[in-house]
Design a protein around this ligand. Sequence first.
Ligand code: PPE
Length: 304
Amino acid sequence: MIDCKKIWMNGSLVNHDEAKIHVLAHTLHYGSSFFEGIRAYETDKGPAIFRLDEHIERLFASCKIYRTEVPFSREEVKEAIFQVMKANELKSAYIRPLVYRGYNKLGVNPTTCPVEVMVAAWFWGAYLGEEAINSGINAMTSSWRRLAPNTMPTLAKAGGNYLGSQLIKMEALENGYDEGIALDYHGLVSEGSGENLFLVKDKVIYTPTLASSALLGITRDTVITIAKELNYEVREESIPRELLYIADEVFLTGTAAEVTPVASIDKIQIGNGDKPVTKEIQKYYFDVVKGVRILKEEWLTYVK
Ligand code: PPE
């Protein structure tokens, strides 16, 4: 079970055990939900939520793609997040806002069903394990591709998209790997089941373009900003699978995964095992999210 005493649902805080929806809710049958994963870190000035505005914007963008009107304003959702942080007395947290289609009628058309919103927050440690943050994970190229263009929009962080992610993740775990890396429809590198991907070759940093069916990751943007700050050249390009095998370094990024090195892919060791660029960026990232180093003032929202 997830340890969170209070959850915000449609305007008020409710106890964990009362945060329920009907089994005939539209979202349960057709995947009609949109969500965010946001982290708050402990800082000298109390808990700070990292890039809150960008996460709220992406949540509303996901809803817009699916013609879904959120019944609360951006300010109200932010306020809900503060309330949940305080009610659960969290110093650091993983925050999960979710917009979903509730219960009225069944049938594919979602528009007859009410749009509901919930926010939960709890402590969530390293996504791929503490050890992975240092030594890196072993990944495989998934036999499952990411969603093809003009099928399901990958720029929307929609619940339904994560059926694809689940196939990628389960296949990797069943085969003894930590994570799966998916190719796009054209066979080019896309992303992990819940992370964006970067590689380093000859001191240049590469990441797939948005046309490769990846999510427009907020950590991806943070890492690009940090890399440029450190005077690295960053290229957003189409990446052939085999470039991963001959890269000097590969790492994954995400709110949950933070900056996680990849040690091997398909049992091929990445580089010589040293990860100087990944380590440099990872350290910078942790300093920025924890407010030790201020890169952009507006990236940290302190919980009032
Ligand atoms: N791609 C996918 C498919 C994805 O789910 C995430 C976040 C990212 C890239 C990175 O995006 P960002 O967090 O904005 O840097 N995955 C979220 C959910 C993970 C989960 O298991 O749940 C997350 O990291 O919060």
